[in-house]
Design a protein around this ligand. Structure first.
Ligand code: IMP
Ligand code: MG
Length: 336
C-alpha cells in the first residue's frame, strides 16, 4: 500500500482535481489530504451533469469512502470551509489539522487593497499572501484558536501515519502549480509558498521516506492566471480560434493559454521528483480523442504528442485525460 502525492507541473489548473478523483476511485485511499497554499486554489471536478468548484475541501471529496483532511501547512478560511462543507454535504468527513494558519477578514482586505499584490502580481485576493506573511511573523491565529473549527480538529500527520502503518493507501493532494512556486517559479509573479511535491509532503507532516509515488499533472496546453512570464503563451485570438477558452475557478478571470513547454515540463518533473506523469486535455491536441478510455484508440497525432511529452518529462505518462468528466480518462499505470 502506498502514499502518493499529486501536484501540478505547470502554472496550476492542470486538472489535478480530476486526476485525484480518478485515482481515489481506483486506489481507494482511506485518507485524502490537501497541501498547498489555501483557498486561492480552485479545483473543478465534473461528475455526470454536475460541476463542483472547491477551494478548501480536498477535490477527492467525490470519492465517498475517504477521510478528507487539510494539512497543517495549508491556510484555512473558516467561512469558505464552512460553506463548502454545507454545499458538498461532507460534514463528518472533513478534518483540519489544529496547526493550520487562519485567514481573517483583515488578510483579505490587505490582499485586495494592496496595489503590489492585487495589481502587479495579480493575486487571487483570497488573503493568502498576507496570512502567510503573518504566519512567518508568528502573529497569525491557528485553527485550534477558532471555536467554529473545533469539531474538525485533528492531528493530520498522525492520522496519515496510522493509515500507512495499517497498510492503507493515502493520497496527498497538491494545489497551485510548479511555475508559481515561491522558490522555483517566476518570482515575484508567484504564490506565497513553494508548490512542489516536497512542500506538499511537509504540509501534511509526511517525511520524504514515506512517499512512494509522485504524480505530476501536465496540461497539453498550459494556462496561467494573473501576471508573470509565460514563454509559450499564444495570442488570445489564436487560442480562441482553437476553441480553447478557460476561466479561473476562484477569480473567474480569463486564463492565458500557451503551447506545450517541454523544457519547463522537464525541470518541473526533476524538482518534483516525478515518478509518473499525467497529461490532461489530449482532446485539445486532437478532437477525435474526446472521451476515449483506451490507449489503443487514441489517434496517431495524440500518440505522437504523448511520445514527445514523455521524452520531455523523462517519466512514463500513465494517465491521460480525454475530457472533463471523471470517467473520461485512460489509466495505464499497471502497464508501465
Ligand atoms: P496569490 O496566491 O493569491 O497570492 O496569487 C499569486 C499568483 O498565483 C497569481 O498570479 C494567482 O493568479 C496565482 N495563483 C494562486 N493560486 C492559484 C491556483 O490555484 N491556480 C492558478 N493560479 C494561482
Ligand atoms: Mg485551479
Amino acid at each position: 500500500m502506498s502514499c502518493t502525492i499529486i501536484v501540478g507541473g505547470f502554472f496550476g489548473d492542470e486538472g489535478k482535481g480530476k486526476v485525484v478523483a480518478h485515482i481515489a476511485h481506483k486506489d481507494k485511499p482511506v485518507i485524502i489530504s490537501r497541501g498547498g497554499v489555501g483557498p486561492n486554489a480552485g479545483h473543478t471536478v465534473k461528475v455526470g451533469e454536475t460541476e463542483y468548484g472547491v477551494r478548501m475541501v480536498p477535490s477527492g471529496f467525490v470519492y465517498p469512502d475517504a477521510k478528507l483532511c487539510i494539512g497543517s501547512g495549508v491556510l484555512v478560511d473558516p467561512r469558505v470551509l464552512k460553506s463548502e462543507i454545507e454545499r458538498l454535504n461532507v460534514r463528518g468527513r472533513v478534518f483540519v489539522d489544529y496547526r493550520c494558519g487562519i485567514i481573517t477578514e483583515d488578510h483579505i482586505a490587505r490582499d485586495k487593497g494592496s496595489a503590489h499584490l492585487a495589481k502587479k502580481i495579480g493575486s487571487t485576493g483570497s488573503g493568502c499572501g498576507p496570512a502567510n506573511s503573518d504566519r512567518v511573523m508568528r502573529v497569525s491565529p491557528q485553527a485550534k484558536d477558532v471555536p467554529e473549527l473545533k469539531e474538525y480538529l485533528l492531528d493530520v500527520p498522525k492520522a496519515i501515519d496510522d493509515a500507512l502503518k495499517q497498510d492503507q493507501n493515502v493520497l496527498l493532494e497538491g494545489t497551485q502549480g510548479f511555475g508559481i512556486s515561491l522558490y522555483y517559479g517566476t518570482y515575484p509573479f508567484v504564490t506565497s509558498k513553494d508548490t512542489s511535491a516536497s512542500q506538499i509532503a511537509a504540509d501534511n507532516g509526511v517525511g520524504p521516506t514515506k512517499i512512494d509515488n509522485v504524480v505530476v499533472v501536465f496540461k497539453a496546453y498550459p494556462t496561467r492566471v494573473g501576471e508573470g512570464p509565460f514563454s509559450t503563451e499564444m495570442p488570445a485570438e489564436k487560442s480562441d480560434a482553437m476553441g480553447i477558452m478557460e476561466f479561473g475557478t476562484v477569480t473567474h478571470r480569463k486564463r492565458r493559454i500557451g503551447g506545450w513547454d517541454g523544457a519547463m515540463a522537464r525541470y518541473s518533473a526533476m524538482i518534483n521528483g516525478c515518478t509518473q506523469a499525467a497529461i490532461t486535455g489530449i482532446d485539445r491536441v486532437d478532437k477525435a480523442c474526446y472521451g476515449i478510455t483506451e490507449y489503443g484508440k487514441l489517434t496517431k497525432k495524440a500518440k505522437d504528442f504523448l511520445k514527445q511529452a514523455e521524452d520531455d518529462i523523462g517519466c512514463p505518462v500513465v494517465l491521460i485525460s480525454t475530457g472533463p468528466d471523471v470517467s473520461q480518462i485512460i489509466d495505464i499505470r499497471d502497464e508501465k
